[in-house]
Design a protein around this ligand. Sequence first.
Ligand code: SAM
Length: 281
Amino acid sequence: MDGAELVGVQKTLTPVLKAKALDNRLPDPILGDRYAERVMRRLDPGYDRGRGATQLGLVAVIRSLAHDTWARSFLAAHPDAVVLHLGCGLDARVHRIDPPATVDWFDLDYPAVIELRKQLLPSREHYVQLGTSVTDLAWLDRIPRERPVLLIAEGLVPYLTEADVRRLLTTVVEAFPSGQLQFDTVPVWAWRTSRWDPTLRRYDAQFHCGFDDPAALAQWHPRLEFVDEAPMYDAALVKAKAPATVRRVYRLLTLLPGLKRSTRIVRFRFPPRRSSDAPAS
Ligand SMILES: C[S@@+](CC[C@H](N)C(=O)[O-])C[C@H]1O[C@@H](n2cnc3c(N)ncnc32)[C@H](O)[C@@H]1O
């Protein structure tokens, strides 16, 4: 693609995209993302051939479906929402969900990723793509703030430091009247061992934070409430939809309790402000 060379953590978008593309080739896909298949084919025409073509990234597909389901239900209840989709990579969530025109949707990622997105994915009304680090909070000045917010960060939080995640979440809670925050985290052991993770090493990327009890992040702000967690290993879904070879591998993986909880998908909300609320120090 023209002029968009991805480096380091930006490259971690590829295995997730590939997982979604391969899912779409199943007779009965879990996510059914035709954009992922189209984009992956343009990036790597042979992506679905050879050893790398097994759908072992199924957890990424299940994670995506969980985020889509939560996002759809929030937007059904708040058709006037503003969506902040942080670390969007080449994910086509805005097209999958296809929100009504009353929703304003912002996709954010590093400039090189956004440049590539613009070459590979369609644009649409009420949709803006911002090329910036999500930790440089100047981007918030470009967002309308008087409406409910939906913040989605899929596969992003572990790449940020805890201090940056805290500043990001509490600033968003302060900036909007009400909203929902949904993201996924890894446990402390996965963060501490990430420098030896072969996939991350390949992309020259590392995790910078981990949480053993992500629900406790609600303590970062008095208005923040933990809502629930989505299952990362949806056994019924895998059994119903994944090919037999993949089902066998997943059965083995789920026997390892640490791996089963290696990613946590969590949802928080914050209700309209009361005059006594202030951030926790
Ligand atoms: C594992 S990929 C996930 C992509 C997408 N959310 C998905 O699920 O397909 C991580 C993404 O986070 C982005 N990212 C990491 N740190 C970031 C930062 N500080 N600012 C903006 N994007 C960031 C990377 O560029 C990459 O696109």
